[in-house]
Design a protein around this ligand. Structure first.
Ligand code: URA
Length: 433
């Protein structure tokens, strides 16, 4: 291990066998954390080239139990977002795309920091269980063509170890380490085709468009090299997606879309990602055909009915889809009002996400307990007109411990100015090869 650290420290290129030696030693405990930490820092400064990054991804993928979906006929598709605020697209897209006849087999994570996780959101449906065996996972796809499950204990253990080391050694924000971490989990989930939603902006990992494009190109390159059809959309994360942030609140908003309502930006994002999923999987030839199929399956209720079936199959109360009031809500509400009149020129996703986390909707640390009922409902977003004293956002909370700090963050998130700014686009680019 000393030789491997020295080689990378001096700017050398690691052989496949050296990468395998490191990852296997991490997982079996034979390599001490201080040596892995040193190598991570050497990688941070010296980088990994495409071959090294692809090899690292493949070795990490195989460090634990890999899902074998070969029993399921047809294309299995997955989507992944690099993490956003108010991003409930999976709750909508999974049943919507599956309702067109393609299997959607998804293993999702829990939220961390200011970004939410799909499993936490689904857990706000009374009774819903995301824990299941590999056999139950496969049986459910065979039965209804749709499953969203939590990643099990032995799922890509190398990533669990490396991510916690990166977290405490200031080595998270390296493109090769991010790409291998995300793609190893996508590959281990067993799908044949992957649509990536790479977020760019204030509330994202990648704050600027150029960095988001670089990350997207690297992940698409790795996916295609490892024989999974992969494309990425780069999408805006300067302000939250839709109008609600917080687990139960986001499920309610997702249900609104499945009931043919809901905010326009969320709808646009879902149709763009859904279109990529249908074209990539070969379900439709064109994006226009995909969009009309997706719109039709919302209007005729088939996406909604599949969402109910999935909730039933995973022991949740599917009556929430017709009666969202059955989702438990926080006991207390507080309106944050605008001090002046004008137009909203900023609604900072990072500040809103951190505000929601402080109210209990997100995890500060991996083992924090979250409040599924807490969150923030936005009444205004960038480009909207606001009068003095009008409500910008409503806070939903049970615990008032961090309420004042959350209010401050929400106040800081909104900037109101006399001159209007236009609505900002949500789709910023696409990487497909
Ligand atoms: N998400 C991941 O899963 N891994 C990273 O390294 C960053 C974001």
């Amino acid at each position: 291990m000393y030789e491997i650290i020295l080689k990378k420290r001096n700017g050398g290129e690691l052989d496949n066998s050296e990468i395998e030696y490191w990852i296997n030693g991490c997982v079996d405990g034979s390599i001490p954390e201080y040596q892995s930490a040193a190598l991570l820092m050497a990688i941070f400064f010296r980088g990994l080239n495409f071959r090294e990054t692809t090899e690292l991804t493949k070795t990490m993928e195989n460090s634990g139990k890999v899902a074998d979906l070969s029993e399921i006929t047809g294309v299995k598709i997955d989507k992944h977002s690099t993490g956003g605020v108010g991003d409930k697209t999976t709750l909508i897209l999974a049943p919507l795309v599956a309702s067109t006849g393609i299997s959607v087999a998804k293993m999702s994570g829990r939220g961390l920091g200011h970004t939410g996780g799909t499993i936490d959101k689904l857990t706000s449906i009374p009774g819903f269980s995301a824990e299941m065996t590999q056999q139950a996972f496969i049986s459910q796809i065979k039965a209804i063509g749709l499953v969203i499950a939590a990643q099990s204990g032995n799922f890509v253990p190398a990533d669990k170890m490396l991510y916690s080391l990166r977290d405490v050694t200031a080595t998270v924000d390296n493109l090769s380490l991010i790409a291998s971490s995300i793609m190893s989990k996508k590959l281990a989930s067993g799908a044949d085709a992957i649509v990536l939603d790479v977020k760019a902006g204030k509330g994202a990992f990648m704050k600027d468009l150029a960095a988001a494009k670089e990350l997207a190109s690297l992940m698409v390159g790795i996916g295609n090299k490892l024989k999974r059809r992969t494309v990425a959309l780069i999408t805006a994360m300067d302000q939250p997606i839709g109008m609600s942030v917080g687990n139960g609140l986001e499920v309610i908003e997702a249900i609104e879309i499945l009931n043919d309502g809901g905010p326009e930006d969320l709808k646009e994002l879902c149709f763009a990602l859904g279109g990529e999923m249908l074209v990539l999987s070969g379900r439709t030839e064109s994006y226009a055909e995909a969009e009309s199929l997706l719109k039709n399956n919302i209007a005729n209720g088939s996406a909604k009915s599949l969402f109910k079936k999935m909730i039933d199959a995973q022991r949740g109360d599917s009556r929430v889809v017709d009666n969202p009031d059955l989702i438990p809500m926080a006991g207390k509400r507080l309106a944050v009002k605008s001090d002046n009149a004008g137009y909203v020129i900023d609604c900072d996703a990072m500040k809103i996400g951190r505000g929601a986390m402080l109210l209990g909707a997100g995890r500060e640390k991996k083992d924090s307990i979250i409040d599924l009922e807490a969150g923030i409902v936005l009444h205004k977003k960038t480009g909207d007109r606001v009068s003095s004293g009008e409500t910008l956002a409503t806070i939903h909370y049970n615990d008032s411990k961090m309420l004042d700090t959350a209010i401050d963050l929400i106040r800081q998130a909104f900037k109101v100015n006399v001159s209007k700014v236009g609505k900002t686009p949500i789709i910023l680019g696409k990487i497909d090869s």
